[in-house]
Ligand binder design. Structure first.
Ligand code: G3P
Length: 230
């Protein structure tokens, strides 16, 4: 399962793009509003940081078909290849998805809250559908089970559409979604850190350092090798 970073914060994007194996960045109007400022410059900067090959998912702000098409063209014109147009799973959204996907645009159907929405989006040509795990759980639905249903529907249909699960609050949710065979998950910087951090790992590393220093002092293994090969 690919991991994508769900933020428009440039410091977080720089950090995770350099250190973590992320496949790209997802944004939405709320995420962009959190950063504020010149949003066009912000989007250009994100593309510059992640480079031309990683996925960049940007959501439409237009809600009617004609405006959606023009805005999608403008976004791809600005951000280039590997830019995915996020379109909510609404009537107008599905109409725009059908049209844009037939022209070769990459569409991520977003704000997906049911398997039936995902099925329609896939038939309309979406490259990804993004079910919202925590938002489902907050309305007493089983978010992970719905992701699993969507994945099963896609597997049965042998479609190319992939699941890009979103709206995560916990590491457990991400792992449960990974077990469904979903193609991708997009997570906040906070959840991304938590996927890796472990107190016992930190303790083990500290112990290795202490044992090494007690035996050999401040020298590193690389320095010792360099000395012997002189
Ligand atoms: O990209 C949008 C999706 O991840 C929503 O997340 O946390 O606002 O429910 P959240």
């Amino acid at each position: 399962m690919k991991l994508i970073l769900d933020t428009a914060n440039l410091d977080d994007i720089r950090y995770f793009n350099e250190y973590y194996p992320i496949a790209g960045v997802t944004t939405n109007p709320t995420i962009l509003a959190t950063e504020g400022g010149d949003v066009v410059e912000l989007l250009k900067k994100i593309r510059e940081i992640i480079g031309p090959f990683k996925e960049f998912h940007v959501q439409l702000t237009e809600t009617k078909f004609d405006g959606m098409i023009a805005e999608a063209e403008a976004i791809v014109g600005l951000l280039g290849k590997n830019t995915y147009i996020k379109i909510p799973a609404t009537d107008e959204g599905i109409k725009a998805t059908k049209f844009l996907s037939s022209k070769g645009y990459l569409i991520t159907t977003t704000a997906v809250l049911s398997s039936s929405q995902a099925m329609i989006a896939s038939l309309a040509g979406a490259a990804y559908v993004a079910p919202y795990v925590s938002r489902l759980e907050n309305i007493c639905e089983d978010g992970v089970a719905i992701v699993a249903d969507i994945q099963a529907i896609f597997d049965a249909a042998k479609t190319d559409t992939q699941v890009l699960a979103a709206s995560f609050k916990t590491v457990r949710q991400v792992l449960s979604v990974a077990l469904t065979g979903a193609g991708a998950a997009t997570v906040s910087a906070d959840v991304m850190y938590k996927l890796l951090e472990h107190l016992t790992t930190d303790r083990s590393v500290a112990m290795f350092e202490e044992d090494w220093k007690n035996a050999f002092g401040d020298v590193t293994l690389g320095e010792l090798i360099a000395k012997t090969s002189k």
